[in-house]
Design a protein around this ligand. Structure first.
Ligand code: HPA
Length: 274
């Protein structure tokens, strides 16, 4: 079955399960942030298992549900859980959910994640608006035949994270009384955490936080012309800066602690989005 067929069947399955118009804004909730989906009103949802093209994450902390509802007075679609390149999925499998959202009319994609802080300034609990990214992996979700219906063979990545939406997120944070910083997110494919030497290198390259997600989705979304905005929750100091070994349990626990602020920020942002 070719890729376009899966995309069309995925979009049709979502329409059939959820009915009604599909939101123009979608959020991908990272590790420990899935609860946001439960704050929506007028919820309708469908399991990834019922959507062709949506694969279930194998990772703890990632439920596999697409939830549609209202937040901040606006219809939004929420991907409660994501798949990662380190789970061994092919480029097209990683791209499919984003392309299905595009087919359903999504124009703005809000990506969230958990990350490790690359300096003492980036303490656990820091919320970082993603200014730009570094793809420090050999993984690119657009590898393979290009489908011109979604975008060009060589997509531009200037302003990968939309400057207008970044400014809006910063002002929503001020209004909500939530402290945020802004910085560069480096994508390391994982699943092993980084070595101390790698972390020193990422810091020298100009990155502020490191993580194992978001960048593939951003690339697919920009390829098909969606606007992207990203928020990273720093859940630990990175290897070598941290005083103790890293663990996914710590990621989930620190994301849970930051969750209340993330919820307020997302709700405020969605309320002011044009
Ligand atoms: N490294 C990579 N990914 C992460 C980290 C980290 O330190 N923390 C949360 N996700």
């Amino acid at each position: 079955m070719d890729e376009i067929d899966v995309i069309d069947r995925g979009a049709a399955a979502i329409r059939a399960h959820l009915g009604g118009p599909f939101p123009k804004t979608a959020l991908v909730l990272g590790s420990g942030l899935g609860k946001f989906a439960e704050t929506l009103s007028d919820i309708r949802s469908v399991s990834y298992g019922d959507i062709p093209g949506f694969s279930r994450s194998t990772v703890v902390g990632h439920a596999g549900k697409l939830v549609v509802g209202n937040a901040g007075g606006r219809p939004v679609a929420v991907l409660q859980g994501r798949i990662h390149a380190y789970e061994g999925y092919a480029a097209q499998t990683i791209a499919a959910p984003i392309r299905i959202l595009k087919t359903l009319g999504v124009e703005c994609l809000f990506l969230t994640n958990a990350s490790g802080g690359l300096s003492e300034k980036m303490q656990p609990g820091t919320l970082m608006i993603i200014e730009d990214h570094i793809n420090f992996s050999n993984f690119n979700p657009l590898v393979g035949p290009n489908d011109d219906r979604f975008g060009p063979r060589f997509p531009d990545m200037t302003d990968a994270y939309d400057p207008g939406l970044r400014a809006l997120l910063a002002s929503a944070a001020r209004e909500a009384g939530v402290a945020v910083t802004s910085g560069i997110y480096v994508f390391a494919i994982g699943p092993s955490f980084e070595t101390a030497a790698e972390i020193r290198m990422y810091g020298k390259l100009g990155a502020d936080a490191v993580g194992m997600s978001t960048v593939p989705e951003c690339i697919v979304a920009r390829h098909c012309g969606m606007k992207v905005v990203g928020l990273s929750v720093v859940t630990n100091l990175a290897t070598g800066i941290a005083k103790q070994p890293l663990s996914h349990a710590e990621t989930l626990a620190e994301a849970a602690k930051a969750y209340g602020r993330v919820e307020r920020l997302l709700a405020n942002f969605l309320a002011v989005l044009p």
